[in-house]
Design a protein around this ligand. Structure first.
Ligand SMILES: Cc1ncc(COP(=O)(O)O)c(C=O)c1O
Length: 393
């Protein structure tokens, strides 16, 4: 029997993680610059790091903590949800990052064989989490060709016509991989459609603080809505692994189901990381906003680098840390273009096909400081000019 026969079909049939493939590509090209991974270049606030440095000797840090999170952190998050996100009927569970929050939610809401809805281009890890938990009937809806906003009419029709009704709809706002922001009226419309159809809405707000050009992020609340948040990008805490779920307090038994899953995956998010999250919150969200402000220059550099692709080819970037760009029609194999750009021009992007958007690329403008970003954008522009003029020679 081949090894595949003794491995779970759920795992074997799950897409391979694109980031692992990209990291391999990066390792193989000396001096390549990455515009691929969704990261920020800053570290957590200095004051917060200094405080946790002292905590490593405290015995309680090395024990297990409460499954749902440190009481002090949950208290601070409840206040933050109320004041910043206007969520007043939500309970909090702290997770080991937003990705784990999503897995908790999928396991608490869905059974293998259920259907769910996402919109293209989608966040690849959410897609994989569904596949690996047996939720393989993933209906992928279209976005508006100009704005990339989820098509609410398609959603209404699909929820009406699909039996049994899909379990949940998931969206990322502002989006990964597009950086598109879903304005509040559309978010409310999507929420109403979900409520009327009797299905859940899961909103990933990982990039809530990453808003540009005067746009303001907003959240919605309801007994059919779960909101996901993350400390990873906002406070430069990617490797510390802290995120959280805000879920409706009034829904009977939901907390209990989430707790069962939590107890079997991380038990609790790392305690030292939860402390760092708490101390970072004490520094305040203005600190995050100040970091995010500087990303506008990177976005501009990279939008310019993408200009050889032509007018209308570049979309998104109103929020998050991404631009989404369409390659010329003849380059259907986006992975091939990504490999060519890496090998010939020393710059690495994410192929759109990994996000359900073949023929596109995702460019991240969060991971490099301005000077490095300038160098990366020069390389990218030269590469794209050559691609458009002469092809992949
Ligand atoms: C939309 C979205 N959700 C979740 C994550 C993962 O966040 P975390 O590090 O908190 O697991 C990312 C990371 O890129 C993301 O873009």
């Amino acid at each position: 029997m081949g090894s595949k026969g003794i491995l779970s079909k759920r795992a074997v049939n799950t897409e391979s993680p694109v980031m692992v493939q990209i990291q391999e590509l990066l390792r193989g090209v000396k001096g390549a610059i990455s515009l691929a991974q969704g990261i920020v270049y800053w570290q957590p606030p200095k004051e917060a790091l200094e405080k946790v440095q002292e905590l490593v000797w405290e015995p309680s840090i090395s024990r297990y903590g409460a499954d749902e999170g440190l009481p002090e952190l949950r208290e601070a998050l409840t206040k933050k949800l109320l004041e910043e996100n206007k969520l007043c009927k939500s309970s909090v569970m702290v997770t080991a990052g937003a990705n784990q929050a999503f897995v908790n939610i999928v396991l608490a809401l869905c059974d293998a064989g259920d259907s769910v809805v996402m919109f293209a281009p989608y966040y690849f890890n959410s897609y994989m989490s569904l596949q690996m938990t047996g939720v393989t009937n993933i209906l992928v809806g279209p976005g508006d060709p100009t704005t990339l906003h989820p098509d609410a009419d398609w959603l209404e029709k699909t929820l009406r016509e699909t039996k049994p009704t899909p379990k949940f709809i998931t969206i990322v706002n502002p989006g990964n991989p597009s950086g598109t922001y879903i304005p509040e009226p559309l978010l409310k419309k999507i929420s109403d459609i979900c409520e009327n159809a009797g299905c859940w809405l899961v909103v990933d707000n990982t990039y809530e603080y990453f808003m540009y050009d005067g746009l303001k992020h907003s959240c919605i609340e309801g007994n059919h809505i779960l909101n996901i948040f993350s400390f990873s990008k906002a406070y430069g805490m990617m490797g510390w692994r802290v995120g959280y779920i805000a879920f409706p307090s009034e829904v009977k038994d939901l907390a209990q189901q989430l707790l069962k899953i939590q107890d079997n995956i991380p038990i609790c998010a790392p305690l030292i990381s939860q402390r760092l999250a708490l101390h970072s919150m004490e520094v305040g969200s203005q600190w995050v906003t100040d970091q995010v402000k500087d990303l506008v220059k990177n976005r501009q550099l990279l939008a310019n680098a993408l200009s050889p692709l032509g007018k209308g080819a570049v979309k998104g970037g109103e929020g998050a840390i991404y631009l989404w760009a369409k390659l010329p029609e003849k380059f259907v194999d986006d992975f091939k273009v990504v490999r060519w750009l890496a090998n010939k021009h020393g710059v690495v992007l994410i192929p759109g096909s990994s996000c359900g958007g073949p023929g596109h690329v995702r460019v991240s403008f969060g991971g490099l400081m301005e000077n490095d970003c300038r160098l990366a954008s020069e390389r990218l522009k030269r590469g794209l000019e050559e691609l458009v003029k002469d092809g992949m020679i």
